[in-house]
Design a binder for this molecule. Structure first.
Ligand code: AMP
Ligand code: ZN
Length: 494
């Protein structure tokens, strides 16, 4: 079987194959770096990361590009308000975004910054003008003439035939019924930042950024384009119009959209007090791995209702999975194999794969691994796991983790980093006792480490290897590296 994906353009689930040479070319709309990323943003970025990892696991080569929107209406407004240049203003949030993405084990795609491609964007607008798809307004702004592009609406399935020709909208984001000629290029208002280009002073509109950078990196027609569902209209509809008007070729084959995350059943908003950045959750003491686990527990096309109960549940499920793995690596088993367990492990690997091939059904993949854990734990308890079963069970967990990326015990340094950031930015009051406790528990004192190592060595000498292995695993989990040297056991912190 092959991967089947829902394509917003055809409104069907289709079998996915790349256009060329087993190489997938994929573009994902990245963050607008004007603030810290919230958990809704990260729902979409984690969904794209699952897609990315599954394409790679399936054996495709992948060229995956993500833009950083470092100029748009909000950025221009906020940077001016703070008296900073656009670059100074966005650098801080770009850095924060990359740190947060790393905390969630999101692999980094090739990055393209809008402000590094301004001249190309100006040339693109000029080309559209020559083809009569764009026109210049009195103030020096340029607009896309949507009446000239009959396919307008094909992604969002809107019928725009009755629209008024020449009516314009000059903000980057607008409502669904607002089919107007949209801004490709904006002349500066007094006091606003601008670039000096071949089509005059100004800055690109948000939509043109993605058309230019995606086609530059991936060609005029490429395989996959991803983002959250709010981008279908106007952003992606406008990208299609600009790109196809320019090239006369289909722009993108598959459109992938993640459904919005809600918090306690409601749209996230600052005024409702249910708006959380990733850092807000870490400050409350939640682990990045548990957050990632929760974000992947619901398939990307289903609404994800974030609740704190759900987050606690995700953390405890993840603990179960980690304990299971620890049990496999630290206990002793009698020789031989148990056919039923060996088969369970193999079937689990297959079930994970077919769940993901089914439009990335991550919930089914979670269910498959937990069913294995439940059955294998029952077999453990009656000593029915044999030596030869262990690598097969571990392989199933590893295969799951190649996609879900939650097993590594690396939360504490990430939480520590958020703690330091809070101290440095005047947010001490938001540091919860739970975060302090988590960070401190992870920091064993030197004497506690020495004592554990002494106990480990004593157990080893007494040939109680299950005990010595378990202590070693505890130390590893706490970020302590233990090495056997000629001079005896040495240790250091990671
Ligand atoms: P932005 O930084 O606003 O450009 O958004 C970055 C990404 O997050 C885009 O793909 C958005 O569609 C997505 N996004 C924004 N809010 C949510 C949400 N509540 N749930 C899921 N994705 C979202
Ligand atoms: Zn985009």
């Amino acid at each position: 079987m092959a991967l089947r994906l829902y394509n917003t353009l055809s409104a069907r689930v289709e079998e996915f194959q790349p256009l060329e040479n087993n190489e997938v070319r994929m573009y994902a709309c990245g963050p607008t770096v004007y603030d810290y990323g919230h958990i809704g943003n990260f729902r979409t970025f984690v969904a794209v990361d699952i897609l990315r990892r599954f394409l790679l696991q399936s054996g495709y080569k992948l060229r995956h590009v993500m833009n950083i929107t470092d100029v748009d209406d909000k950025i221009i407004r906020n940077s001016a308000r703070e008296g900073l240049s656009v670059k100074e203003y966005t650098a801080k949030y770009e850095k924060a975004f990359l740190e947060d993405a790393a905390a969630l084990n999101i692999e980094t795609p090739l990055l393209a910054r809008a402000t590094d491609h301004i001249d190309e964007m100006a040339r693109f607008v000029h080309e559209l003008e020559k083809k009569d798809f764009a026109y210049r307004a009195e103030d020096g702004s340029y607009y896309f003439r949507i009446a000239k592009f009959p396919g307008y609406g094909k992604l969002s399935k809107k019928d725009f035939s009755g629209m008024e020709d020449g009516a314009r909208v000059d903000v980057d984001e607008y409502e669904k019924d607002n089919a107007r000629d949209f801004a490709l290029w904006k002349a500066p208002k007094p006091g606003e930042a601008f670039w000096e280009t071949s089509i005059g002073r100004g800055r690109p509109g948000w939509h043109i950024e993605c058309s230019v950078m995606s086609m530059r990196e991936l060609g005029e027609t490429f395989d996959l384009h991803a983002g959250g569902e709010d981008l279908i209209f106007p952003h992606h509809e406008n990208e299609i119009a600009q790109s196809e008007a320019q090239t006369g070729k289909p722009f993108v084959r598959f459109w992938f959209h993640a459904r919005f995350l809600l918090v306690e059943g409601q749209k996230m908003s600052k005024s409702l007090g249910n708006f959380f950045t990733l850092r807000d959750l870490v400050l409350k003491g939640h682990r990045p791995s548990a957050i990632r686990f929760l974000l992947t527990s619901v398939p990307y096309r289903n609404q994800l209702n974030f609740t704190f109960d759900g987050l606690h549940q995700a953390a405890s499920n993840l603990e179960k999975l980690r304990n299971f793995r620890l049990r496999l690596t630290s206990e002793k088993f009698s020789s031989g194999s148990n056919d039923a367990i060996a088969q369970l492990a193999r079937e689990t690997g297959e079930r994970i794969k077919s769940a993901l091939e089914d439009d990335l059904n991550t919930a089914q993949a979670h269910a498959a691994i937990f069913e294995m854990v439940r059955k294998a734990n029952a077999a453990f308890d009656v000593a029915q796991i044999r030596q030869e079963d262990v690598p097969l069970l571990l392989a199933a967990v590893d295969k799951f983790d190649e996609i879900f990326a939650v097993m590594k015990e690396d939360d504490l340094p990430k939480m520590q980093a958020v703690l330091e950031w809070a101290k440095a930015t005047g947010r001490e009051k938001d540091i919860s006792p739970a975060l302090l406790e988590a960070v401190n528990s992870g920091r064993l004192s030197d004497s506690a480490i020495e004592a554990k190592i002494a106990a480990m060595e004593a157990a080893r000498k007494a040939r109680k290897f299950d005990v010595s292995d378990r202590i070693r695993a505890e130390l590893t989990a706490a970020g302590i590296i233990v090495e056997n040297t000629k001079e005896g056991v040495r240790w250091r912190r990671k």
